[in-house]
Design a protein. Structure first.
Lengths: 550, 341
C-alpha cells in the first residue's frame, strides 16, 4: 500500500489575468520506503504539487480538483488544525536556499526546539538535549556549540543540515525535498544528498525529491516522474527513464543534461544541431596573470583570498576556472575584470600591465571595452527600470562615440546576433524569460567588441534546455567574434563542454591546470578527483538519441 | 558584557565632536539672526545710552570670539547662562520644561505604539480586510490632519461640548499643588508621593494633548509595522515554520514579529526625535509648558542663551536616543555586532 497517493490533482492560481492552471490533473503514488523524484523545468508545476500536498499553497492558490491522501488520511478534506498536526510530525519539508529558510534572528537550537515542543516530542526538561541529538543526527560537528549559533554564522551546507534537522526532528514518515541542493557547492551537494538518503533509509521513510537536475534525480531516486506544464509526461524506474526515455520531452531533457562523452552541440535536439563552428586559435598570449595575490582585511586578521595565482589565456582560447565557494575564483575574476585591485602581482593584457591602472579609474580607461563580463544572475545585474534596448546600449553610450541612431542599429544587430527577437528589445527585465535575460546579458557584454569575456556562472540559474541553447550560443559567438573566455563555474560538466583548458582552484591556490579533457579524465590532484566524483553522473543513454527520436 | 560597556563608552566619545559642532553652530546661528536683544529689552522708550548700557550688561559689546569663549567656558562648567525673557538660569528653565515635553511625548508614543503596532500586525495578516481598511483610514487621517486642528477639535468636543476633559491650561489644574520635584514627570512624581488625586488630575490634563500627538505619530508607525510584517510573513523562514506545523501564534509573534520589529524601531526613533522638537503646536494649543514653546518664544526675542541651551539639550538627547536605539537593535538582531569600527 502506498503512503501517499495523488489522484487527478488540479491546482489553480487566481491572478490578475484570471485563473491559471498550474497543475492539470496529475496522479502519482509514493510507496513506503520509496524515494520518488519529480523532475521538470521551471513552471512545470513540480513544486506546486508538493505544496498542495502540504496544503501550503501561496495566496490565491487552491486545489481545484482531485484527491490527495496520506496514509489513508484525506488531505483535501482535513481541517487546517489537522494539517498543522501533520506538518512536521508526519510530513516534513526542506527547501532550496537553506539560509533564507531559517529564522535569521533565532538560535538554530531554539528553532529545532520549537518544532519538538509543538509536536510534544520533548518536555521542557529534555528539549535541549533532544535538539542537540537532532543536530548530531545530521552530523553537525560540535552540536552543543552549534545549538547557540545563528544561521548567519553557518555555511550554506551547515544551514541545510539544520533545516534537515528541523524537518526530521519529529520522525516524520515522509520528507519532501524541494530543490534541496540548488545553490550549494558540488561537494556540499553530494554530502547533503548522501546524508538525506542515509537518514531516509535508516528511518525507513519515504521521500519526494523535487529537482530540475536529471542527473541528481537518477542518482538518488528509486523512481522518477517527469513533469511538464502541469502534467506528468513520463514515469518509471530512474535508470530506465534515463537510458530509454519514451516521451519526446524527457528525451529533450536527457539530451540537454551536460554529461561525459557528448559535445555541446549534442545537448540540442537533433534537428537544431548546426555544424560545429571552426575555432581560430592563435598561439599568442592574450592575458597573462603572474603571481596574483589578494588579501582582504577581515575582522579577525587578514584573509588571503588569492595566494599567488599564475596562468595564461591565449587568443581565442576558452579557459575554465573551477572551484568551490571561497576558493578565490570570484576574487580572481573580479581582479581580471578590473573591478578589484590585486594586493600584488601582474595582469598582462596584450603585454600591458593592467594592474597599474587602479580599478577605480579603469572605467574611464580605453581598455575597458576590451574586457567585459557576463554575470551569473541576469535579473540582479540589470537595472529593473531599463528596457533591454537601454541595457544593451548602455556600454555603447559610455565606451564608444557612437551617435544615437548608430547605437540603435547596433543594438538591433546585437539582438539578432544573440538570437533575441528584436521586438522584445523594448521590454523590461521582468517581462523577459530566464533565457532571454541571459541573451540580453551576453549582448551587453559583447556590445563593445571585447577581446576577452569573463563569464561568471552564466547558466547557473537556467533550466537545462535553456542552458543547452545558451551554451551553444556562447560557442558560436566565440568562433564568430574570435573571443577568449574565462569561464568561472562549479559545474564541471559545463566547463568540459566549453573550455579548452581548466584551472582548478582551492583555498586561493591553483591545485591543477591543464587541457580540459586531460584534467577531466585523468586528474592528478586529489581535490580534482573529489570534485569529479561529487558531480552527479547521469547514466548514459543506451538507445542512440537519433533513433529514439524517430 | 564589559566589551559592550566599553563600546558604549566609545560611542559616547564619538558623539563629542557632534556636540562641539552643535555648540559652535548654535552660537553662530543665534548671532546671525536678525534682531537685537538689547533693543528689545530696553523697551520702546529707550534711548541710545540705555540700549548701550543693556548691551554691556548682556556682554554683547564684546567681539564674537570673546563672547564665544565666555559662553564655551560657562557651558563647560554646566552654566547655560541666564534667559533674558524669563530671568531664570537656562538650566533651571530646561529642567522644568524638558520633563513636561518628555512626559507628553513619551505618553503619546506609548499610546500610538499601543494602537499602531496591533493594527499594523492585524492589517498585514489580513490584507484587504476591514482591519486593513481601518489601518489605511487611520494612517491617512493621521498624516493629513494637522496637530493643532485635531487638538482644537478634541478640546471642542471633550471640553466644550461634553465637559469631560478639564480646561486645557497646562499640566495641572490650578486647584492642585505640583507634586514634589523628583523626576519632573508629574505622573511619576505624584505616584512617588502617593498623592493619587493629583496623579489623576495630571493624567486628565495629559490625555487630550497626548491623544492629539498620538494620532499624528500613529501613521508612520502603523504603516511601517504593516509593511515590515508583510515582508516578514512572505519570507522563506515563515514557510519553513509553517511547514513544521508551528501554531499561528508562534509563527506570527516569535518568527514574523521579531523580524519585523527592526524597521519599526528605526521608525520609532525617528518619530520620537521629530515629535520632541515639533510638538510646539500641541504645546501652544494646550498651554503646555514644554520645551518647544519655550524655544520658540526665546527665538522670537533673540534670547541667545535660551535658544543655545535648547539646541544643546536636544543634541544631547538625540545622541542618547541613537545610542539606545542601536543597543536595542543589537539586542534584537544578532547579525548586528555591537562593535566599534
Amino acid at each position: 500500500m502506498s503512503l501517499v497517493s495523488i489522484k487527478d490533482l488540479k491546482v489553480s492560481f487566481k491572478t490578475r489575468r484570471g485563473n491559471v492552471q498550474a497543475v492539470r490533473g496529475i496522479s502519482l503514488e509514493v510507496a513506503k520506503g520509496e524515494v520518488l523524484g519529480i523532475v521538470g523545468e521551471s513552471g512545470s508545476g513540480k513544486s506546486v504539487t508538493s505544496y498542495a500536498l502540504m496544503r501550503l499553497l501561496d495566496k490565491g492558490g487552491s486545489i481545484s480538483g482531485g484527491d490527495l491522501s496520506y496514509g489513508g488520511i484525506d488531505l483535501k478534506a482535513a481541517s487546517e488544525n489537522e494539517m498543522k498536526d501533520l506538518r512536521g510530525r508526519e510530513i516534513s519539508m526542506i527547501f532550496q536556499n537553506p539560509r533564507a529558510a531559517l529564522n535569521p534572528i533565532r538560535k538554530v537550537g531554539h528553532q529545532i526546539e520549537d518544532v519538538l515542543c509543538r509536536h510534544a516530542k520533548a518536555t521542557r526538561s529534555n528539549v535541549r538535549s533532544e535538539a542537540i541529538k537532532a543536530l548530531e543526527a545530521v552530523k553537525i560537528n560540535d552540536a552543543e556549540q552549534r545549538y547557540d549559533a545563528y544561521p548567519f554564522e553557518l555555511s550554506g551546507g551547515m544551514c541545510q543540515r539544520v533545516v534537515i534537522a528541523i524537518a526530521l526532528a519529529c520522525d516524520p514518515k515522509l520528507l519532501i525535498a524541494d530543490e534541496p541542493t540548488t545553490g550549494l557547492d558540488i561537494t556540499t551537494q553530494k554530502a547533503v544528498m548522501d546524508l538525506i538518503t542515509e537518514l531516509i533509509s535508516e528511518r525507513d521513510m519515504s521521500a519526494l525529491v523535487i529537482t530540475h537536475d536529471l542527473g541528481l534525480a537518477a542518482q538518488y531516486c528509486d523512481r522518477i516522474v517527469v513533469m511538464k506544464d502541469g502534467e506528468v509526461v513520463e514515469e518509471g524506474q530512474s535508470d530506465q527513464v534515463f537510458t530509454a526515455p519514451k516521451h519526446q520531452y524527457t528525451l529533450k531533457l536527457v539530451d540537454a543534461t551536460p554529461r561525459i562523452g557528448v559535445s555541446v552541440r549534442e545537448l540540442l535536439l537533433p534537428d537544431q544541431r548546426t555544424p560545429f563552428p571552426e575555432l581560430k586559435k592563435v598561439d599568442l598570449p592574450l592575458l597573462e596573470v603572474r603571481d596574483l595575490t589578494k588579501t582582504f582585511q577581515g575582522k579577525s586578521g587578514p584573509v588571503h583570498a588569492v595566494k599567488g595565482v599564475s596562468f595564461t589565456v591565449k587568443k581565442g582560447q576558452s579557459v575554465g576556472l573551477v572551484g568551490e565557494s571561497g576558493c578565490g575564483k570570484s576574487t580572481t575574476s573580479s581582479i581580471l575584470a578590473r573591478l578589484l585591485d590585486p594586493t600584488s602581482g601582474e595582469v598582462l593584457f596584450n603585454g600591458e600591465d593592467l594592474s597599474k591602472t587602479p580599478a577605480r579609474k579603469f572605467s574611464r580607461d580605453p581598455r575597458r571595452a576590451s574586457i567585459q563580463m557576463v554575470f551569473q544572475d541576469a535579473t540582479d545585474s540589470f537595472n529593473p527600470r531599463h528596457t533591454a534596448r537601454q541595457i544593451i546600449g548602455e556600454p555603447l553610450a559610455r565606451l564608444t562615440q557612437m551617435a544615437r541612431k548608430q547605437r540603435r542599429s547596433r543594438v538591433e544587430e546585437l539582438a539578432v546576433l544573440v538570437g533575441l527577437p528584436v521586438k522584445l528589445l523594448d521590454r523590461f527585465p521582468h517581462q523577459l524569460s530566464g533565457g532571454q535575460k541571459a541573451r540580453v546579458g551576453i549582448a551587453r557584454a559583447i556590445a563593445v567588441e571585447p577581446e576577452f569575456l569573463i563569464l561568471d556562472e552564466p547558466t547557473a540559474a537556467l533550466d537545462v534546455s535553456i542552458q543547452a541553447v545558451v551554451l551553444n550560443l556562447l560557442v558560436d559567438l566565440r568562433a564568430r567574434l574570435g573571443l577568449s573566455f574565462l569561464f568561472v563555474s562549479h559545474d564541471l560538466h559545463v566547463v568540459r563542454l566549453l573550455c579548452d583548458e581548466v584551472i582548478v582552484m582551492k583555498e586561493g591556490k591553483i591545485v591543477e591546470a591543464g587541457a580540459a579533457e586531460q584534467v577531466m579524465t585523468s586528474p592528478t590532484h586529489a581535490y580534482t578527483r573529489t570534485l569529479l566524483s561529487a558531480a552527479p553522473h547521469p547514466p548514459i543513454l543506451t538507445v542512440p538519441t537519433s533513433s529514439a527520436a524517430e | 558584557m564589559t566589551g559592550r560597556l566599553a563600546t558604549v563608552g566609545l560611542r559616547i566619545t564619538h558623539s563629542i565632536p557632534v556636540i562641539l559642532g552643535v555648540v559652535v553652530v548654535s552660537f553662530l546661528l543665534t548671532r546671525a539672526l536678525p534682531g537685537d536683544p538689547a533693543v528689545y529689552f530696553a523697551g520702546p522708550a529707550a534711548d541710545a545710552a540705555s540700549i548701550a548700557q543693556i548691551r554691556t550688561a548682556l556682554g554683547l559689546d564684546k567681539p564674537l570670539p570673546e563672547q564665544f569663549l565666555i559662553y564655551a567656558t560657562d557651558v563647560l562648567r554646566g552654566d547655560f547662562g541666564q534667559s533674558i525673557s524669563t530671568g531664570q538660569p537656562v538650566s533651571e528653565d530646561l529642567a522644568n520644561r524638558l520633563p513636561a515635553s518628555l512626559e507628553l511625548t513619551l505618553t503619546a508614543l506609548l499610546l500610538s505604539c499601543a494602537i499602531a503596532i496591533p493594527i499594523g500586525v492585524l492589517a498585514a495578516t489580513r490584507p484587504g480586510s476591514a482591519v486593513d481598511h481601518l489601518c489605511r483610514i487611520l494612517v491617512t487621517a493621521g498624516v493629513s490632519l494637522p496637530t493643532f486642528f485635531t487638538g482644537v477639535v478634541l478640546i471642542y468636543v471633550f471640553y466644550y461640548l461634553l465637559g469631560i476633559a478639564p480646561s486645557p491650561l497646562g499640566r495641572l489644574d490650578f486647584i492642585y499643588i505640583e507634586p514634589d520635584h523628583v523626576t519632573g514627570f508629574y505622573l511619576i512624581d505624584a505616584a512617588i508621593a502617593g498623592d493619587w488625586e493629583t496623579w489623576l488630575a495630571a493624567l486628565k490634563q495629559l490625555v487630550l494633548p497626548a491623544v492629539t500627538l498620538a494620532l499624528f505619530t500613529l501613521a508612520p508607525l502603523a504603516r511601517m509595522t504593516r509593511a515590515a510584517m508583510l515582508s516578514a510573513l512572505s519570507s522563506d523562514y515563515i514557510r519553513t515554520a509553517r511547514a513544521s506545523g508551528l501554531t499561528d501564534n508562534k509563527v506570527l509573534f516569535t518568527y514574523a514579529f521579531r523580524n519585523a520589529l527592526l524597521p519599526v524601531i528605526t521608525t520609532l526613533g525617528m518619530v520620537f526625535s521629530f515629535t520632541l522638537g515639533a510638538n510646539v503646536l500641541v504645546e501652544k494649543v494646550f498651554a503646555w509648558p514644554g520645551i518647544g514653546s519655550y524655544a520658540v518664544e526665546a527665538l522670537v526675542v533673540s534670547d541667545y542663551a535660551a535658544v543655545q541651551g535648547f539646541v544643546l539639550a536636544m543634541a544631547l538627547l538625540f545622541v542618547a536616543l541613537n545610542l539606545i536605539i542601536d543597543l536595542t537593535y543589537s539586542m534584537i538582531d544578532p547579525r548586528i555586532g555591537f562593535e566599534a569600527k
